[in-house]
Design a protein around this ligand. Structure first.
Ligand SMILES: [Zn+2]
Length: 147
């Protein structure tokens, strides 16, 4: 009986000690997924502004706002929206957002899975003697021509 208790205690202790080994990777992944990008921030902001604009139109339709107030607030919101859309355009993301995300994923996959650095399989040649030269060198090793 005593030995069974000991074994049970040991098993419990082992489970307690080893638990972080199995939970840690998932937590790290969550943090990675939750990291907010500039794009996420702008898209959130855009959604909020559109929502506010709809609220504003609703309240105006309900007669809660004067014409002057409505037009002033509407202009404010639309200016904000224009700024956000401009920033999204700079990120290349306002239209074809899915496309740009797909491109980003594809380019990252390329970098991750292609062993060749860059995309220059064709050898560089010296313009003077035609000998093969190493990229980044300033002079041809064969004839001394400046590259
Ligand atoms: Zn040369």
């Amino acid at each position: 009986m005593f030995w069974i208790l000991c074994a049970a205690l040991a098993a419990l202790a082992a489970a307690y000690v080893l638990r972080p080994l199995f939970t840690e990777p998932k937590a790290a992944l969550d943090i990675d997924l939750l990291a907010e990008t500039e794009l996420d921030r702008l898209l959130d902001r855009k959604t909020v502004i559109y929502h506010n604009l709809k609220d504003l139109e609703f309240e105006y339709a309900m007669g809660k706002l004067s014409d002057a107030d409505f037009h002033r607030l509407e202009t404010d919101h639309k200016n904000d929206a224009a700024i956000i859309l401009g920033k999204l355009d700079q990120l290349g993301a306002s239209e074809g957002l899915d496309d740009s995300i797909e491109k980003e994923i594809a380019s990252r996959k390329d970098k991750l899975f292609s062993p060749r650095p860059g995309r220059a399989p064709e050898a560089l040649r010296c313009p003077s003697c035609g000998a093969e030269v190493i990229a980044g060198k300033k002079f041809c090793a064969d004839c001394g021509q400046r590259l």
